[in-house]
Design a protein around this ligand. Structure first.
Ligand code: PGA
Length: 266
């Protein structure tokens, strides 16, 4: 049984003052949640704040990216070792906003996966098709290339990725920030496809890997997605900026069967 995981992706939001409040609210709202892993990924400058505020809670924190470089003359880069200094559990890798604004390729994303796992950090590897690709019926082809890139990593890195519990986030680009989440059956189909692709290389890893869904996840649609057998949690953007909506999604993930039984899967 895979433990569900819900991670808030704060993107380019927040300030010292706002974060102080939101982190306090999240810590209070989530303090009684059990049987689930919850976390938030903040902009780099505020990682120290998460470390200070969340250190004595069960809430984890992480960064929204990690450099492909270890160290050296790479102005503006932030290494895996640096984010590890701030107690990060996670680093998001290959988010579609990075892929589109910074032309991040699958190859670069998997180097970032390597940097993260070498530093003991769990990568949350984002995959997903654009609206145009979806329209052309290319979803599986795109996802396949994104997932198979992981298996280009060397054996030691792959075993480290397993050890730190690499997470895959399926985020259809057309669902991110649009208010139109994927239909549960469609998302389940892709999650199952991802698990099957991983199983072709490593059946044990495929059973254990958490594949979370992202893209306009809200308290209104979370139940119908989280109840799907291959959806192991969520990567939450907009709804993670409010402690109550974030809590509602985390609760549904923690108690899916009690709270979501009978929800329509259409
Ligand atoms: P959204 O963002 O929930 O605001 O759609 C999700 C993400 O980009 O990770």
């Amino acid at each position: 049984m895979r433990k569900k995981l819900v991670v808030g992706n704060w993107k380019l939001h927040g300030s010292l003052v706002e974060n102080e409040k939101l982190l306090d609210e999240i810590a209070t709202q989530l303090k009684d949640l059990r049987n689930i892993d919850c976390g938030v990924c903040l902009p780099y400058p505020y990682l120290f704040q998460a470390q200070r505020k969340l250190a004595n809670t069960s809430i984890l924190w992480g960064a929204q990216n990690v450099s492909q470089f270890l160290a050296g003359a790479y102005t503006s880069s932030v290494s895996a070792k640096m984010i590890a200094d701030f107690g990060c559990s996670f680093a998001i890798v290959g988010h579609s906003e990075r892929r589109s604004y910074s032309h991040e390729s699958n190859q670069k994303a998997v180097i970032r996966i390597k940097r993260a796992v070498d530093a003991g950090i769990t990568p949350i590897y984002c995959v997903g098709e654009t609206l145009a690709e979806y329209g052309l019926g290319q979803t599986k082809k795109i996802i396949e290339a994104q997932i198979l890139a992981i298996f280009g990593l060397d054996a030691i890195t792959l075993s480290r990725a397993k050890a730190v519990g690499l997470v895959v986030a399926y985020e259809p680009v057309w669902a991110i920030g649009t208010g139109h989440a994927a239909q549960p059956a469609q998302a389940q189909m892709v999650h199952h496809f991802i698990r099957a692709l991983i199983a072709q290389h490593d059946a044990d890893f495929a059973e254990k890997v958490r594949i979370i869904y992202g893209g306009s996840l809200t308290p209104v649609n979370a139940c119908s997605l989280l109840i799907m057998p291959d959806i192991d949690g969520g990567l939450v953007g907009h709804s993670a900026l409010n402690a109550l909506t974030f809590k509602a999604i985390c609760e549904m993930a923690a108690h899916t069967h009690e709270l979501c039984e009978g929800i329509s899967c259409d």
